[in-house]
Design a protein around this ligand. Structure first.
Ligand SMILES: Nc1ncnc2c1ncn2[C@@H]1O[C@H](COP(=O)(O)OP(=O)(O)OP(=O)(O)O)[C@@H](O)[C@H]1O
Ligand SMILES: [Mg+2]
Length: 367
């Protein structure tokens, strides 16, 4: 079978009326099904021919009951995923973004087999997730940033030990991976600390290691940088970049922080109302709506607004100046020309908010 792809070099854009459904706390999840006790030692099956992830015309409709008065309840349907199709090839690192309630987490839950689609087909490594969730569990890793998959009362080390038994990870492989990830994610001093006592950033690193101990070919990361400080975010990003480059792990990354996408993903899919609204590069997305990024410059001392081609000062506060420039262009020449002419103490780049990029994308589609 030849790999098919829905993705073209030209980014695709579809527009619909933009209204955002309310976010919700979805079904309880545990990325690693704790009842998933495979019967044989972890044997990797041959890679499926074709895309590693294949989603075709998938729908997920939830029936919800709402109170309508003291005794009455009304039933309604929420179309969380409403005709979704895409493919991801092995080795890709794809950003999966969209506003609150767009259907991102629902997609990931269907890709793990936690949720059964209402219609359509999903295949991951040739496996239909909801039919063969346990067999699939060995091939995938999942991190839900909003909740841990670790055992709350146990030290990190014991959680890892349980996963080793659940996945029947061979001894040598387990120790090699444990050393590798504990080193890279700086978990050494935390191994004997109960998960409940870990900070958010520490816990997230523990969750990421836990998702990878069994050498999955694909990892779904649902907001792995949520709530982390800048230093922790940078560490998680560096780790993910290396994981994808060095181990060839396929990554599907959901985030509300466009810096994650900017630094990690050459392809980004925008999801809204349960459908793919854009599939292409991040600069391509920025270019569609003429989004702007902001360069924050700290001068050695306060001065008049910086004058430079390709950017304009939008705010000045003492020695700090904010310059807006088109998000689709590289910041490097801008930084170089400012650095050559002004004494700098520091600078950083702010990505626009996902919501504003998407709003501009719709506006451009309607124009
Ligand atoms: N178990 C459920 N029961 C009823 N409705 C649900 C359930 N899970 C999700 N939904 C609804 O489905 C839609 C999509 O939710 P989902 O969690 O997939 O969004 P999301 O894109 O992950 O959003 P966020 O960015 O806020 O995490 C929302 O309207 C949500 O209210
Ligand atoms: Mg979500």
């Amino acid at each position: 079978m030849t790999p098919r792809t829905t993705r073209s070099d030209q980014p695709s854009l579809t527009t619909t009326a933009a209204s955002t459904a309310a976010p919700t706390n979805a079904v309880p999840t545990n990325a690693v099904p704790t009842n998933a006790l495979p019967t044989s030692a972890a044997t990797q099956e041959p890679a499926a021919d074709g895309p590693l992830i294949e989603v075709r015309d998938v729908r997920k409709t939830f029936a919800v009951r709402r109170r309508a008065g003291r005794l009455r309840r009304t039933r309604s349907e929420v179309h969380a995923v409403a005709g979704l199709s895409f493919e991801v090839a092995a080795g890709e690192m794809v950003g999966y973004i969209g506003p609150n309630g767009a259907g991102k987490s629902t997609t990931i839950k269907m890709l793990t087999g936690i949720l059964v689609p209402t219609a359509g087909t999903l295949r991951v490594a040739g496996i239909e997730p909801s039919r063969d969730r346990i067999r699939l569990a060995r091939r995938i890793g999942v991190v839900f940033g909003q909740r841990t998959t670790l055992w709350w009362d146990l030290p990190l080390r014991d959680s890892f030990g349980l996963l080793r038994r659940i996945y029947k990870i061979p001894d040598a492989r387990y120790h090699e991976n444990l050393d590798h990830y504990v080193g890279l994610l700086e978990l050494g001093p935390l191994l004997d600390v109960p998960v409940r006592q870990l900070s958010l950033g520490q816990r997230m690193r523990g969750d990421i290691a836990a998702a990878l101990l069994h050498d999955p070919e694909v990892v779904y990361l649902d907001e792995p940088t949520i709530g982390l400080d800048i230093v922790s975010k940078a560490k998680v990003r560096e780790f993910l970049r290396d994981l994808n480059r060095e181990r060839g792990t396929t990554v599907l990354l959901t985030t509300h922080d466009l810096t994650d996408i900017e630094q990690l993903c050459s392809r980004v899919m925008v999801i809204d109302h349960g459908r793919v609204m854009y599939d292409g590069s991040l600069p391509g997305l920025h270019g569609l709506g003429e989004s702007e990024r902001t360069l924050v410059v700290d001068l050695a001392e306060p001065g008049p607004p910086i004058e430079v081609d390709g950017a304009s000062v939008v705010r000045v506060d003492g020695p700090r100046q904010w310059l807006a420039f088109p998000a689709a262009t590289s910041a490097a020449p801008l930084v170089a020309s400012i650095a050559a002419r002004y004494p700098l103490a520091d600078l950083s780049i702010q990505e626009p908010a996902i919501e504003s990029v998407i709003a501009r994308m719709y506006a451009a589609g309607e124009a």
